[in-house]
Design a protein around this ligand. Structure first.
Ligand SMILES: *Cc1c(COP(=O)(O)O)cnc(C)c1O
Length: 353
């Protein structure tokens, strides 16, 4: 399938790479493609970045039938541009599509479209330390219709945003708050895919955490409210008595690509990650026994986010004396090293542009 390219008549000034935050600046162009039952996916095009005009009755606005992905492009010291495991993102995109009754895309074609868009937008990949070009593929339901059913028509788009390091505090441990009131996902629900409603449903808990002075919410399972599932929109790891543990994928946890990368690196380093259910009580007990060495989140935006404090009910668990743990640092350094092309990539995770 051909991709037509319409170049913008005006190019924006590039932002200062050192002052970048997250998700506020967008590039000159975007990728667009439409779906109809008659034509399938068609009309693939790269065109100037701009608003999507839609009818107020458009289904996505009412019922949230939409999915997205998040990945990054990195500028290396030798001025090359690297993607990190992008095939995994498009594979997961299709898993999300299936669960949300959205027609599948051709993964190889989508990756090719992304590469073509990046070729057009190459100057937007920032090079200041810790910066990258965030990539947001999205599919939304486009039927102008107020009945509740799966849409017939869809729009697939990809937008790009140059970003700085995710946390304003830098690579410093963050404080997280365990919510007992809210749950993120339940077995049989859609918590294991990247669909809009999951994030809408997390906002009040997040606001409450911020009001209490915490950066992120630690989510427990939706049935017993006992087992740790995720932190904010990241996967979570604990190091207890030298064992690295992450919650097993039970159906209500998003299968993070960074999570998988951590698991594969740990295995290669001879320190396999245990994937099992882990209760908040076990975490409390490990802390009381002096065995809770580390806790960190993993996700594309932050890569690794060390946790320095967990609050559960009235108990505050300080972790690691405010320092970044050894494992968190090791994973962060190796993953970012591979992404920026500074260290060896034996698994072939990097896809150069
Ligand atoms: C995207 C996401 C993650 C992390 O996935 P990565 O592929 O590592 O970026 C974890 N949890 C949730 C809920 C997410 O949406």
């Amino acid at each position: 399938m051909d991709i037509s390219i319409t170049r913008s008549a005006f190019l924006k000034a590039l932002p200062d790479g050192n002052g970048l935050s997250f998700g506020t600046v967008f590039t000159d162009h975007m990728f667009n493609m439409d779906y109809s039952p008659e034509k399938g996916w068609h009309n693939s095009r790269i065109e100037p970045y701009g608003p999507i005009t839609m009818d107020p009755s458009t289904m996505v606005l009412h019922y949230g039938q939409s999915i997205f992905e998040g990945l990054k492009a990195f500028k290396t010291d030798s001025d090359a541009v690297n993607l990190f495991r992008p095939e995994e993102n498009f594979r997961r995109f299709n898993r999300s599509a299936e669960k949300m009754c959205i027609p599948r895309i051709d993964e190889a074609f989508a990756l090719d479209a992304l590469k073509q868009l990046l070729a057009v937008e190459r100057r937007w990949v920032p090079f200041a330390p810790g910066t990258s070009l965030y990539i947001r593929p999205t599919i939304i339901a486009m039927d102008p219709f107020l009945g509740v059913r799966a849409s017939y028509q869809y729009r697939f788009f990809i937008i790009l945003s140059p970003v700085g390091p995710y946390y304003k505090e830098g690579f410093d441990p963050v404080k997280i708050w365990v919510t007992e009131k809210y749950v993120r996902a339940v077995p049989g629900g859609v918590g294991d895919v990247k669909t809009a409603g999951n994030y809408a449903a997390s906002l009040c808990a997040s606001e409450e955490a911020h009001k209490k002075g915490y950066t992120q919410v630690l989510w427990l399972d939706g049935v017993e409210r006992r087992y740790v599932e995720e932190v904010g929109s990241m996967n979570i790891f604990f190091v207890i008595d030298d064992e690295i543990i992450t919650p097993a994928l039970t159906g209500s946890i998003l299968a993070g690509i960074t999570r998988d990368t951590v698991i594969r690196l740990a295995a290669r380093w001879g320190n396999p990650v245990t994937q099992r259910r882990i209760s908040i009580d076990e975490v409390m007990e490990a802390h009381a026994a002096g065995k809770l060495q580390e806790c960190f989140g993993s996700g594309t935006a932050a890569v690794i986010s060390p946790v320095g404090e967990i609050k559960y009910k009235d108990t505050v668990l300080p972790i690691g004396n405010g320092e970044v743990g050894m494992w968190a640092k090791r994973f962060f350094d190796r993953i970012t090293g591979i992404q920026y092309g500074r260290v060896e990539d034996p698994e072939g995770w990097v896809v150069p542009l």
